[in-house]
Design a protein around this ligand. Structure first.
Ligand SMILES: O=C(CO)COP(=O)(O)O
Length: 255
């Protein structure tokens, strides 16, 4: 797959005053890369905190850079204080939303069932869910990485069906590689990506061929090209390095 997808996850970073410089630099940098590559450049998405969606839309709406959110309510509307629905995100031009990030699973008690419901809510609102999966260090050391990934995928498959993955992205983020500077080796990542693709191909061969599977966890300008060169790695989900325009653009250029 030549058209890689690079997604920024700003997490809980940014301020109104400093975001504008970052957004401007990314918009013009991606535009220069797209021009140079004559339309085969990577696609780029920024997942920003909710309060900055309007600012992001204003900055990016005439560009090729898309944007999205980092979380979504599983409910469509109602008495759910503090929650944000998919249609609200669509109102702000979001095309994508992260679902099941390991920080949501670990710190906000999101279960596989809740994540499956959020995945469905995103699609009801016309958004493309980016389903995050990944094992902890203890799980890797216990040799259960594949079991964990399969359980996380199967929860969404069981409640939403395999057809739902035709309009979705999967991101493999080993928890031990997030924000630690310890990247999975390209071989470690490729092995899990191939297993994810294999699991979905068992449901439908076409799905396995077309699904975009991103790698996330300490992707930096210095390791991006090697990670992206793996056959089953279709792009990246970038945390810390997405907050520095030069680093993020270098990663986009490597994709
Ligand atoms: O969690 C991540 C992206 O969602 C990865 O974060 P880092 O790139 O900072 O390791």
């Amino acid at each position: 797959m030549c058209n890689k997808l690079v997604v920024a996850n700003w997490k809980m970073h940014g301020r109104l005053a400093t975001n504008s410089g970052l957004l401007d630099a990314i918009r013009s940098g991606v535009s220069a890369q797209t021009g140079a590559a004559r339309g085969v450049a990577s696609r780029v998405v920024l997942c920003v905190p909710y309060p900055y969606l309007a600012q992001t839309r204003q900055s990016l709406e005439d560009s090729s850079v898309a944007w999205g959110a980092q979380n979504i309510s599983e409910h469509d509307q109602g008495a759910w204080t503090g929650e944000v629905s998919g249609s609200m995100l669509a109102d702000f031009g979001c095309r994508y939303v992260l679902v099941g990030h390991s920080e949501r699973r670990a710190f906000f008690a999101e279960t596989d069932a809740i994540i499956a419901a959020k995945f469905a809510a995103a699609q009801r609102a016309g958004l493309i869910p980016i389903l995050c999966v990944g094992e902890t260090l203890a799980e890797r050391e216990a040799g259960v990485t594949h079991d964990v990934i399969t359980r996380q995928l199967d929860a969404v498959l069981a409640s939403n069906g395999s057809a739902a993955f035709a309009q979705a992205v999967v991101a493999y983020e080993p928890v031990w590689a997030i924000g630690t500077g310890q990247t999975a080796t390209p071989d470690q990542a490729q092995e899990v990506h191939a297993a994810i693709r294999g699991r979905l191909a068992r449901e439908s061969a076409g799905l396995g061929d077309h699904l975009q599977i991103l790698y996330g966890g300490s992707v930096k300008p210095g390791n991006a090209a090697e990670i992206f060169s793996q056959p089953d790695i279709d792009g990246g989900l970038i945390g810390g390095a997405s907050l520095v325009a030069a680093d993020f653009l270098a990663i986009c250029a490597a994709a």
